[in-house]
Design a binder for this molecule. Sequence first.
Ligand code: ZN
Length: 364
Amino acid sequence: MSFSDFHGNAEVVRTLREMLAHERFPHAVILSGPQGSGKFTLAQMVAKAMNCLERPVTDGLPDFCGRCSNCVRIAEADALEERFAEAVDARESMRDADKRETRILVQTHPDVMVIPPDPPQMLVKVDQVRHVIHEIYYKPVEGRERVYIFSDADFMKEAANSLLKVLEEPPEFATIFLLTDNPTALLPTIRSRCMHLRLAPLPAEEIEQYLAQVRPEWKPRERALVARVCGGGLGRARSFDLAAYLSARQDALALLAPAMGTKDHSALFRVTDTYRAGAEGKAKTEQLIRTLYALLEDLLFLKSGTAELVRNHDIQPELAKMAGQVDFAWLVTATQRLGEVESGMRRNLLRSLSLDAFATSLEP
Ligand SMILES: [Zn+2]
């Protein structure tokens, strides 16, 4: 592994490496970009380059070896989802008193810490930031630079204020990464103290080429679909669950059928009946809602003459037929009603009923 394994956004990668080369690395960096654009992968690469024992140089710029003991231990956190799940499981098995005091942190090297959002709220909490403050002022133990990666910089208010204090007086030997798909959600006072680098979404064609290598089992038209649905995020495309998406899309189309004049509702009820309570049902419903939004957006693209933006282009003839049957006002109403289903889900309303109500309310 080296920086050359990072796909796309060559200028951002180069900027980061130039700063490493000149030993002018900022104390805090916001790395923003869409889901799956490689924010965490890149931050991990920088953490390795900062602490690599072999310090290789490629193309005249600092790189990392991926083999030394520092690189290897930092890389154990590359599989962040697994490390995160382990940390959550470990906390679940604690006594209640300890559970309350334990915050989720991922640390596979003494000088590099990943701070994921803490469940169930999935926000960074003040105790997590306190943990960072507690050790950030100590010199690195085995590396040259302490690195703190907030993998999804969505803070509770008190946590954000606490982080601000560190950013006002950062130690020489530490770097903080704030990764986010929505940098405007960060406090302006935090943003003004960070350097901001943006990972742009990759063009669909580039993702398709990459998928041809890593997902050869997908047909070309499936790769084209995934590349478009993933909105330019390479990581998201690589791990995309195509079967789950296609099944959600089929259900979403069944939900829109009454709006297209289908009188027989039995198919609709058969579909909504499969959306049950519980965690699994929740994930399935969330995917259905996301897919419905994407279909409504595609219909909007078709109606406004920007068919090249359609993501579900493998079913474009079907979508074009649907677009011919609805007007802009219907699309606006449908999007609003979908928002109501979403907020109803947060209040735990019965899913199948609220999906039925959504579908039948859109009938002509
Ligand atoms: Zn190394």
